[in-house]
Design a protein around this ligand. Structure first.
Ligand code: NDP
Length: 269
């Protein structure tokens, strides 16, 4: 049976095995998908050994996405722009091909599952870490009117803005109402909110938090308090996995039913 694996450290709580098993059942594909605890010293060797032993594809998660990027022979455009990969496969001539499906997963969630239009919109993205870098190319390809990156360490926002040809700001320097605000900071993980002015969101603003969880995140509560609407990043997680599945199997699984199921399970837990 074709073997797939997700590598990270820690990895025990990864949702990827159950997501891919669901996709495999749904599309009637015969495969196995397991976790592999990434080794800080031996990571590159783990990847090469996996493919040498007929492994078909890997997902890469924290903290190895940049190291995986560095060892690819061929990269997709979006992986090249992201400077990180989350999906690997081996081509017929033995090259390691790397892709980054995180941004695709997010943009598809926003535009397909939530029916939001990014084209022509004034977009604000909070944070300038790996997740934001990974989504900028697919986000910009939707042709928003403008994308402003705001980050606590403004130099990081400036570096990304220069690379992707968009705008950079401190949180304090932001002005006026945005159409779409995307939270790509890890502040929500600790229940914190970047210092956002009231004027940034209004009734026309739609907010997206890359983080997801049982409770509505502090960022989405802020959106609610400002008359806006919003969604969390569960659909992004499932969407990036679906795109990886498609790269490996050339079959596109349905994501809506899995998002609904995972939401139900999360709420019941
Ligand atoms: P990084 O560690 O690379 O970056 C963290 C970012 O958050 C930095 O910009 C950092 O600012 C900022 N930040 C952290 N704490 C605060 C705070 N208290 N106030 C303001 N800014 C803060 O993390 P990632 O980019 O990998 O991940 C970011 C988020 O995206 C996480 O919540 C993660 O769970 C989520 N994510 C979700 C995915 C999904 O599939 N749904 C996929 C990938 C990520 P500074 O530069 O100043 O330190």
């Amino acid at each position: 049976m074709d073997q797939y694996v997700v590598v990270g450290n820690p990895i025990a709580h990864s949702k990827s095995p159950s997501i891919h098993k669901y996709f495999a059942e749904q599309t009637q594909q015969e495969l196995t998908y397991s976790t592999l605890l990434g080794d800080d010293v031996q990571f590159e060797r783990q990847v090469r050994d996996f493919f040498a032993n007929s492994g078909k594809g890997m997902n890469i998660t924290l903290p190895f996405k940049e190291r995986a990027y560095a060892m690819c022979d061929v990269l997709s455009k979006r992986a090249e722009q992201a400077g990180a990969v989350n999906t690997l496969l081996m081509s017929e001539n033995g090259d390691i091909f790397g892709d980054n499906t995180d941004g695709f997963g997010m943009v598809r969630d926003i535009t397909h599952n939530h029916g939001r239009v990014l084209t022509g919109k004034r977009v604000l993205i909070l944070g300038a870490g790996g997740a934001v870098r990974g989504v900028l190319e697919p986000l910009l390809s939707e042709k928003p009117e403008s994308v402003t990156i705001a980050n606590r360490t403004v130099e990081k926002a400036q570096a990304l803005a220069e690379h992707f040809d968009c705008l950079a700001s401190t949180f304090e320097g932001l002005e006026g109402e945005f159409d779409i605000i995307i939270n790509g900071t890890s502040a929500s993980l600790s229940g914190n909110l970047p210092p956002l002015k009231d004027e940034l969101a209004g009734s026309k603003t739609w907010c997206y938090d890359m983080m997801y969880g049982k409770e509505r995140t502090v960022f989405l509560q802020w959106a609610d308090d400002h008359g806006g609407k919003g969604a969390d990043g569960l659909g992004m997680l499932v969407g990036q996995a679906a795109e990886a599945f498609y790269l490996w199997r050339q079959v596109r699984p349905d994501t809506a039913s899995l998002v609904a199921l995972m939401r139900k399970q999360m709420e019941a837990s």
